[in-house]
Design a protein around this ligand. Sequence first.
Ligand SMILES: N[C@@H](CCC(=O)N[C@@H](CS)C(=O)NCC(=O)O)C(=O)O
Length: 210
Amino acid sequence: MPQYKLYYFNLRGWAEPARQLFKLAHVEFEDVRIENGTPEWEDLKPKTPFGQLPFLSVDGFEIPQSAAILRYLGKKFGFAGKTPEEEAWVDAIVDQFKDFVSPLRQIIMAQRGGNSDEIQRVQKEVFEPARDGFIKILNGILEKSKSGFLVGDGVTWADLVIADIVTTMEKLSVFDVELGENQKLIAHREKVNSIPEIKEHNEKRPDAVV
Ligand SMILES: N[C@@H](CCC(=O)N[C@@H](CS)C(=O)NCC(=O)O)C(=O)O
């Protein structure tokens, strides 16, 4: 078995679904957590493949970019879809999520800035239209799903990404868990998070807003 080391900050963020994949597959890995803004990160940054975290080291072979890491681990561990068509849908869902990252980042930055007019503006003009469009797409997929998972009849890395982002939006107070149109995503997150390995991991992990 190769020696896996997953490097990321002390957040869920871009690395959490990869941590969950290791747990699902019962594969040991080193969860290396770096503090941003420290000399440790300043020293490591220029040595990382693309100057950012996360990256995965597999016996010293380094893979950057969270989706590439997830696709690699998903394929290796059997959580990437069972056919090339399922794999394509897993990719498409996560690509759609990546289109949503910019508006999500804008609301996070506005909240951090603390200016309530700016938070309101970004929320109404940028974030909510993007969020609602994304939720509509996911609802359409879940409506057709026979398994309750996004692709095929079992959990894939796309399910982990989407369940995690619902949690992030909830923690940022930009996703109403009571709202009717959000119930399919709530049920989906519940299905993912009640997988015993995921449940155990989530209960033990450090808490983080993102
Ligand atoms: N597209 C990349 C985004 C990675 C990214 O934005 N990493 C941020 C932390 S969330 C980072 O390394 N920031 C520190 C820096 O750029 O110095 C991925 O999916 O892995």
